[in-house]
Design a protein around this ligand. Structure first.
Ligand SMILES: *Cc1c(COP(=O)(O)O)cnc(C)c1O
Length: 487
């Protein structure tokens, strides 16, 4: 038989030049990205005009496709690794992990079961053990799994909590979270098929922490009605303000009430490994499960989340299913099949990037980067407090700060302040020079900075404030100092 021509291959020389071009593009991007604008804007119409076409029946020169992508796709994507990307939770990433991802994908390693790839499973076990130790979880009994992100880690946690605490019947089960909990938790609860009246969203106090008294009342009332409180979701670093719930107190309540204690630390928990962050998170090691997102403040490229659990058997009890075709590859119990510890069967080799970047930079560099970020936010807070234009709305907490334009000389109404701050954010974003969007705190429109990029400098932030002040003055010129219309 003739060799099949449809093999989806390139000649070896083309492979090499093509690959070198990709690496060159990545390095060029990473070393010059901060000189470029972080924000990409584009309507659906504009993107359609660039990309809309039928699937091509015949191929074309790979280098032409690459040229097109570098020119049109990469330039039309907002860069959350940029020093002036302050919004959401940015993704600072690091080059070593990017190359590790390229290796993992290049070798296309199946990271589902031990037999398919012992080294990949071993690296996941080892790196999870590193994390267990870092977060004060029991190293022998504890366990965990890498997921695509925090949303999947939370879903995995809640499925586990339900399995362990409720078994098959969850008709009376009730779950508790605060009004500052991340939306992915509600999504996960919905995916799991809970009804609305099984969810208790507990208000937060003035500091936006879980209101413990209200929680206790709620649990007591639920018990009186014959319901089954089974899980509580606390947050270590709310996305809005970086607030850490009173973990020790919540842990005690959970222990007393036999409630699964899940902590969503997707963005903030990593601060626990730094001297500055640790005291804020007392009680974290008491959780039954903890979500951490290495693709946020552990500087990994997307996608990488992680769930840690106090007892690794809880994962296998929840997720083990034995179809016939996996019969032969079970191995012994120390040889973990991660498909038995979570939702995915086929999994990419996420542990590799974590392993390689930690080996390359060492934990100390990660700790120092996190400390730098926390201190940067504190410095930003003192700049804002010392300025006649700005007001700190929520103090720097775990590298997040919320503030608003509120000049001392002018008497603006709350409504005007909301309008100005919204205006500032819209103008800054459409200038494309910084990604700075608003959030709502206590009913006020405020600007929010999440400063977890270790390459962001105080000067970057000062420049951004100047840009904001420029637009604020522009708004005042138009709306306050406008010549009054002749009567
Ligand atoms: C980002 C975040 C999530 C969701 O994580 P993804 O990785 O985006 O899925 C969940 N909880 C908190 C507190 C977060 O900050």
């Amino acid at each position: 038989m003739k060799k099949n021509p449809a093999r989806l291959e390139l000649p070896q020389n083309t492979m090499k030049t093509y690959g070198y071009r990709v690496v060159d593009a990545i390095v060029e991007h990473q070393t010059t990205q901060h000189e470029k604008l972080p924000v990409a804007l584009g309507s659906r119409e504009e993107m359609d005009s660039l990309f809309l076409e039928e699937a091509p029946e015949n191929g074309m020169d790979p280098n032409k496709v690459l040229d097109f992508v570098l020119e049109k796709v990469m330039t039309n994507s907002t860069n959350l690794s940029h020093r002036k990307a302050y919004s959401f939770v940015p993704g600072p990433s690091n080059y070593v992990s990017v190359m590790a991802d390229a290796l993992a994908t290049g070798y296309n390693i199946f990271s589902g079961g031990w037999v398919a790839s012992p080294a990949a499973a071993e690296l996941e076990i080892i790196t999870i053990q590193w994390l267990l130790k870092l977060f004060g979880f029991p190293k022998k009994k504890g366990g965990g799994i890498f997921t695509s992100g925090g949303s999947m880690a939370n879903l995995t946690a809640l499925a586990t909590a339900r399995r362990i605490k409720c078994g098959d019947d969850f008709s009376k089960a009730v779950i508790y979270l605060s009004d500052q909990a991340h939306s992915s938790n509600i999504k996960a609860i919905r995916v799991l098929g809970f009804k609305k009246d099984q969810i208790r969203v507990i208000p937060t106090d003035n500091e936006l922490k879980f209101a413990v008294n209200k929680l206790k009342n709620c649990i007591a009332k639920d018990r009186l009605q014959g319901l089954h409180p089974f899980c509580l979701i606390a947050t270590a670093g709310t996305t809005n303000t970086g607030t850490v719930d009173p973990l020790s107190e919540l842990a005690k309540i959970c222990k007393k009430e036999d409630i699964w204690f899940h902590i969503d630390g997707a963005y903030g928990a990593v601060a626990y490994i730094s001297e500055k962050g640790k005291p804020l998170m007392k009680g974290m090691a008491k959780a039954d499960s903890l979500t951490v997102d290495p693709h946020k403040w552990f500087f990994q490229p997307y996608e990488m989340g992680c769930l840690l659990v106090r007892n690794h058997k809880h994962l296998s009890h929840t997720f083990t299913e034995k179809p016939e075709y996996l019969r032969d590859i079970e191995g012994n119990t120390s040889e973990i099949n991660f498909y038995d510890h979570g939702i995915q069967l086929t999994r990419r080799f996420r542990a590799l990037k974590f392993y390689m970047s930690l080996k390359t930079f060492g934990l100390k560099e990660f700790r120092d980067a996190i400390t730098y970020n926390i201190e940067l936010a504190e410095k930003v807070e003192s700049i804002l407090r010392g300025s006649k234009y700005w007001e700190v709305v929520f103090p720097a907490t775990l590298a997040v700060i919320n503030f608003r334009y509120h000049p001392i000389k002018k008497k603006y109404s709350e409504k005007e302040l909301d309008t100005i701050n919204q205006y500032i954010s819209e103008k800054v974003v459409s200038s494309r020079k910084a990604l700075l969007v608003t959030t709502i705190l206590h009913g006020q429109v405020v600007l929010r900075m999440c400063l977890i990029n270790p390459r962001t400098t105080l000067d970057d932030v000062k420049e951004t404030f100047e840009l904001c002040e420029h637009f604020a003055l522009q708004w005042e010129k138009k709306n306050v100092e406008a010549p009054s219309t002749p009567s």
